[in-house]
Design a protein around this ligand. Structure first.
Ligand code: MHF
Ligand SMILES: O=c1ccn([C@H]2C[C@H](O)[C@@H](COP(=O)(O)O)O2)c(=O)[nH]1
Length: 277
C-alpha cells in the first residue's frame, strides 16, 4: 500500500488548510487518482489494523439494498451509528440507489404492463451484471449513487458517488469517483470495499480482476488526524494479503460473509482517531 502512503504524504506536503462542514478543519488537496492492481495482492492497509468485518458486512449490506443499520448492528458493525435516526434509518443512501434508483420514466416492460407511466425503480446492480454479460466491451457500465432528487432525504450525501466497470484485455477494472475522502478513517475502508466489489463482480462474471482505480475529488486529512497519520507513515509496510473466495458463487447477491478469507493479512496495531460527524 505504498500508493496510499504516497497520497497521505502528498496531502501533508501540498494540501491547503480548509474549513469544512464538521467544523474540524482539514488539510485538503483537490483531485487525485491512485491505481491498485489486484495482481499485487489485495489492497488492505497494513500499517494499521483494519476492522475487516466492518468492510465486508457494509458491502453485503449495500448490495442487499438495505439502508437501516439494524443488519450492521447485529453483525457488530458500528461505523454508521452516528448518522442513523432513532429507528436506525439513514434515508435513501447507497443500498437504495444501487438497487432501487427511483424513476418516474417507465421502462419498456412497465409500459406494456400499464398504459400510463408510473413510478418505477432501477436495479442498477442487476442491470450492470446483465450488461457485462451482453456487451462486455461497453463503456457505459456505470452505477450512480448520486441522485440529486433524493440528496436532502439522505443522512449523508454519498461520498462514493459513482463507479464504472471496464473490461479490456480480458481483465475487469473498476474506477470509483469519490467526491470527498477522509484519508485516515474512510479511505482504507473505501479502497478495500471497492477492491472486494471488483473481486465479486469478476468472480460472478468469469473475468480476472484487474485494477481498482481510485479517483478522489476533495482528499483531506482532518486536523485531529495529523499526529495519527505521522505515526502511520513511520511504519513499514507488510506484504499485501490475498483474498480467497471459498466457493463458487453465481449471483452477486448470494455472497455470504463466510465466503471471504483474507490470507496472510499482517498488520501493525490499530491507531485510534475521532470521526468527524
Ligand atoms: N468524517 C467521516 N469519515 C468517514 O470516513 C465517514 C463518515 N464521516 N461518515 C460516513 C461513513 C462512515 N465511515 C466510517 C466511520 C467510522 C470509521 C471508524 O471509526 N473507523 C475506526 C474503527 C473501525 C471499527 O471499529 O469498525 C478505524 O480505526 O478504522 C470508519 C469509517 C466512513 N464514512
Ligand atoms: O465512505 C465514505 C464516507 C464518508 N467519507 C467522509 C468524507 C468526509 O470527511 C465526510 C463527509 O462529509 P461531507 O461534508 O459530506 O463531504 O465523510 C469517506 O471518506 N468515505
Amino acid at each position: 500500500m505504498k500508493q496510499y502512503h504516497d497520497l497521505l504524504r502528498h496531502i501533508l506536503d501540498n494540501g491547503e488548510a480548509s474549513s469544512d462542514r464538521t467544523a474540524t478543519g482539514t488539510l485538503s488537496y483537490f483531485g487525485t487518482q491512485t491505481r491498485y492492481p489486484l495482481r499485487d495482492g489485495f489492497p488492505l492497509v497494513t500499517t494499521k489494523r483494519l476492522h475487516l468485518k466492518s468492510i465486508v458486512h457494509e458491502l453485503l449490506w449495500f448490495l442487499s439494498g438495505d439502508t437501516n443499520i439494524k443488519y450492521l448492528k447485529e453483525n457488530g458493525v458500528s461505523i454508521w451509528d452516528e448518522w442513523a435516526d432513532e429507528t436506525g434509518n439513514l434515508g435513501p443512501v447507497y443500498g437504495a440507489q444501487w438497487r432501487n434508483f427511483p424513476s418516474l420514466v417507465a421502462t419498456d416492460k412497465q409500459k406494456d404492463d400499464h398504459p400510463l407511466y408510473h413510478r418505477g425503480s432501477i436495479d442498477q446492480i442487476s442491470n450492470l451484471i446483465e450488461a457485462i454479460k451482453k456487451t462486455p466491451d461497453s463503456r457505459r457500465l456505470i452505477v450512480s449513487a448520486w441522485n440529486p432528487a433524493e440528496i436532502e432525504n439522505m443522512a449523508l450525501p454519498p461520498c462514493h458517488t459513482m463507479w464504472q466497470v471496464r473490461i479490456v484485455g480480458g481483465k475487469m477494472h473498476l474506477q470509483l469517483y469519490q467526491r470527498s475522502a477522509d484519508m485516515f478513517l474512510g479511505v482504507p475502508f473505501n479502497i478495500a470495499s471497492y477492491a472486494l466489489l471488483l473481486k465479486m463482480l469478476a468472480h460472478v462474471t468469469g473475468y480476472e480482476a484487474g485494477d481498482f482505480i481510485h479517483t478522489i475529488g476533495d482528499a483531506h486529512i482532518y486536523s485531529n488526524h495529523v499526529d495519527q497519520v505521522n505515526t502511520q507513515l513511520q511504519r513499514e509496510h507488510f506484504p499485501l494479503p490475498s483474498l480467497k473466495i471459498r466457493r463458487t458463487v453465481s449471483s452477486i447477491f448470494d455472497f455470504k460473509f463466510e465466503d471471504f478469507e483474507f490470507e496472510n493479512y499482517q498488520f501493525h496495531p490499530s491507531i485510534k482517531a475521532p470521526v468527524a460527524v
